[in-house]
Design a protein around this ligand. Structure first.
Ligand SMILES: [Zn+2]
Length: 129
């Protein structure tokens, strides 16, 4: 056994705790956003069922359809974000946080400060297309 863990540890316990609480806050906010988007989509669904389907003069028609597709897109992105946060929290609790999942090199603290949910270093993240 070498001191590898110590060599790759770029985060102090305090920094890790700070990032963890940011992730927990973000997780709460993201869950809230998801439930709001879901209920938005629900209400779109209802207004579409209530509204006469063939009324071309309904000014709400295209707007609702547009908003609905926007909300669906945002919901999809938000769900991905939530799973990123959850995976980052798992990494923190599992002791593997701050290490790139692809190349196993430490992720710079500056990157984690900007994106606490990062599980890849900049080099590997930019390779994923
Ligand atoms: Zn990497």
């Amino acid at each position: 056994m070498t001191t590898t863990a110590e060599d790759t540890a770029t985060l102090s316990t305090r920094q890790r705790a700070k990032l963890r609480s940011r992730l927990v806050d973000d997780h709460k906010a993201t869950e809230l956003l998801i439930s709001r988007l879901v209920s938005d989509l629900d209400s779109f669904q209802h207004s579409r069922q209530d509204a006469p389907v063939d009324d071309e003069h309904d000014p709400e028609g295209p707007t609702l359809a547009f908003e609905r597709s926007q909300s669906t897109a945002i919901l999809g992105q938000t769900r991905i974000h939530l799973s990123q946060i959850e995976s980052a929290l798992e990494h923190i609790d599992g002791g593997t946080y701050g290490v790139c999942v692809t190349c196993h090199k430490p992720i710079p603290v500056a990157r984690l400060e900007v994106r606490p949910y990062s599980t890849q270093c900049v080099g590997c993240a930019s390779k994923v297309r």
